[in-house]
Design a protein around this ligand. Structure first.
Ligand code: ADP
Ligand code: ADP
Length: 235
């Protein structure tokens, strides 16, 4: 489903004229369909840059990034927007529209995709049930708990039936109990929909709880990868 080959991403560091930072350094990764794949590392390891290259929010300086059969780094405009419907994302701080209700937030990507009003309402109701937000349809984000906000984020991300869900520190702003509930929801969605999930985190617990395989990043490089039980086996 996802394949990265010899991917490099350099940023200008800003300090000296020609100085660059290798945010992602020669990364090769293959992620299978319906897999829950984790990327773990300390702050600054290159995790965000890597995951943002999977939906074209960043472009690799070198190498190829193929997601759901598309070379993401080579497409733009309408084609990229279409690809992004298949590769959606949830965020640490939810990125909800604060002036819109739960149901309006979830309907937003459907509006953009041109889904007619009646179909949209049906789909929103389905999604509300899927993520367990029944009764909160008319609430505004400011009236929701953190866990409920992330449920809205997940419903919105799933609206157009993506093939891949990218999770950028999706539970890092939540308390441990709420984190577990959201991780359970992600597993449920993975099993029910066969969705491929890629998540980045700095928390070992998140990886241990739901990931099938994991890559460990350090200074832009993947220093280890494999099944979670092998990479994190207790001595
Ligand atoms: P992580 O998500 O693991 O915390 P990041 O991918 O955010 O790591 O950052 C990796 C490195 O790239 C860091 O040194 C960071 O400062 C640098 N970096 C990230 N984005 C930019 C940018 N837009 N401009 C310059 N440097 C950046
Ligand atoms: P979650 O596990 O989704 O984070 P909480 O455990 O924080 O939710 O919330 C517990 C219950 O309180 C939920 O059933 C939710 O409907 C209700 N609730 C939370 N925040 C609010 C709010 N601001 N207004 C009304 N009800 C709320």
């Amino acid at each position: 489903m996802i394949s990265l080959s010899k991917v490099n991403k350099y940023f200008r560091s800003g300090t000296a004229k020609n100085e660059t930072i290798k945010a992602v350094n020669n990364v090769n990764l293959t992620i299978n369909k319906s897999e829950i794949f984790g990327i773990i590392g300390y702050s600054g390891a290159g995790k965000s840059t890597l995951i943002r290259m999977l939906n074209g929010l960043e472009t690799p300086t070198e190498g190829s990034v193929v997601v759901a059969g598309k070379e993401i780094s080579k497409i733009k405009g309408a084609e990229l927007r279409k690809a992004r419907q298949e590769i959606s994302m949830i965020f640490q701080h939810f990125n909800l529209l604060w002036s819109r209700t739960v149901q309006e937030n979830i309907a937003f990507p459907l509006e953009i995709a041109g889904v007619p009003a009646k179909k949209r309402a049906e789909r929103v109701n389905e999604l509300i049930k899927l993520v367990g937000l029944e009764g909160r349809e008319k609430a505004y984000p400011s009236q929701l708990s953190g866990g409920q906000k992330q449920r809205v984020g997940i419903a919105r991300a799933l609206a157009n039936n993506p093939k891949v869900l990218l999770c950028d520190e999706a539970t890092s702003a939540l308390d441990p109990q709420t984190t577990d509930a959201i991780l359970d929801l992600l597993v449920d969605i993975n099993q029910r929909l066969g969705l491929t999930i890629v998540l980045i985190t700095h928390e070992m617990h998140v990886i241990r709880k739901i990931c099938h395989r994991v890559a460990v990043m350090e200074s832009g490089q993947v220093v280890e990868q494999g099944p979670v039980l092998e990479v994190f086996k207790n001595p």
